[in-house]
Design a binder for this molecule. Structure first.
Ligand code: FE
Length: 381
């Protein structure tokens, strides 16, 4: 399977290792509050190859920016099953990075490039996720188990103190009992289990904990107890199922191509800001106004400035925003991109729609060899 490029913004070489605390595996848990969905990002630090599990369509920008900032080459976007409550972000990630789309073949979805079956192994760098078939919530549920059995991603088969419902999508409580007891509870007691959902802030559990305390099948519960519990539950239909299930059976591919609504290829940073690269600004310099929010001393000083940029120091920005051109998008710049990030935020908050921060600021603009104008002689390198 082909690995993707790590994205337009190559991070510093040490970033991925530093982010992982020096260990060989990078692991991030992300949360979508609207649907209570957890998304997981795993990467093999030496090779930078990674996988994402259960991404959410509406969180695509967040997930992609994290992948890009950490310099991860996404090998695959994996879903634990065809969800009924949210649409997967797999198609969007596939389009953005070229990663594979992995889902159980049994789910029968379109656009899957990596159809999975029990016993398959999904490699990323030196690490491997083992695929275990765990049907019962749906007939296409899988659990992804890390090679050393320290972590497993159970989807909706097993939740923290609960489990997925069995009353639609070919669900079956007897099947789910068998899946959990044979495929998940046979993992080491200390194996940490990460669910697809939680609505009360519980992000992780362990095999030992769920064996002891799961409200439906822990302790001394038998299969009969479990099935009796599941069959007696009267659950409302998931309110997004009519939209979510068809969307997931296309692997999250939109029915219509998404219209390009933006004035520029904005990349939203993981911090949440719209940003542009020096290369884009250099190529589109005439189409935008560049606003320099440094001090007058810096603007007129030896570092120089982007040619034809307008000085408006950050402390005066809010009071003097009316002086900024209204007929063109604004690109904000400072020395490093930090003060201009705040300026970008302030202008967006004030209702200016077409505003972006220059990523890396004047420093990066200069490092990448784009022209500056300076009044004072440049300091010697
Ligand atoms: Fe589900």
């Amino acid at each position: 399977m082909a690995a993707s490029s790590p994205g337009a913004f190559a991070p510093a070489p040490a970033l991925l290792a530093a982010a992982a605390g020096g260990g060989p595996l990078l692991f991030r848990q992300l949360f979508d509050a609207a649907t209570g969905t957890f998304t997981y990002l795993l990467a093999d630090v030496p090779s930078r190859q990674g996988v994402i599990i259960d991404p959410v369509f509406e969180q695509h920008g967040r997930d992609l920016s994290l992948v890009q900032e950490l310099g991860i080459a996404l090998v695959a976007s994996l879903d634990t099953h065809a969800h009924a409550d949210h649409v997967t972000g797999s198609w969007l990630l596939h389009e953005a990075t070229g990663c594979a789309i992995g889902l159980a073949a049994a789910a029968g979805a379109e656009n899957v490039t990596l159809p999975l079956a029990h016993g398959d192994r999904v490699g990323f760098g030196q690490r491997v996720l083992e695929v275990r078939s765990t049907p019962g919530h749906t007939n296409g549920c899988v659990t992804y188990v890390l090679d050393d059995h320290s972590l497993a991603f159970t989807g909706d088969a097993l939740l923290v103190r609960g489990c997925g419902r069995c009353d639609f999508q070919q669900g079956d409580a007897h099947t789910l009992w068998t899946s959990i007891t044979r495929q998940i509870f046979t993992l080491p007691e200390a194996c940490q289990l990460y669910p697809c959902h939680d609505y009360t802030g519980r992000g992780v559990t362990s095999v030992a904990e769920e064996k002891a305390y799961n409200a439906r099948l822990g302790g001394s519960a038998t299969e009969r107890d479990f099935v009796g519990h599941m069959e007696a539950m009267k659950l409302p239909h998931p309110h997004r199922i009519a939209e979510a299930l068809p969307g997931n059976l296309r692997s999250g591919r939109p029915r219509q191509p998404q219209p390009a609504v933006s004035w520029a290829p904005l990349q939203r940073s993981y911090a949440g800001l719209p940003e542009l690269t020096p290369a884009w600004l250099a190529a589109h310099r005439a189409d935008v106004a560049v606003v320099d929010v440094r001090t007058p001393e810096e603007y007129h000083g030896p570092d120089g400035r982007i040619p034809a940029s307008q000085l408006l120091p950050l402390p005066q920005l809010e009071a003097r925003a009316a002086e900024l051109p209204a007929d063109r998008p604004l690109v904000l710049v400072c020395h490093s991109g930090s003060r201009s990030a705040l300026a970008t935020q302030q202008l967006l908050k004030a209702g200016r729609p077409q505003v972006a921060n220059l990523r890396g600021g004047l420093r990066r603009w200069t490092d990448e060899g784009y022209p500056i104008e300076a009044e004072a002689p440049l300091p010697e390198a």
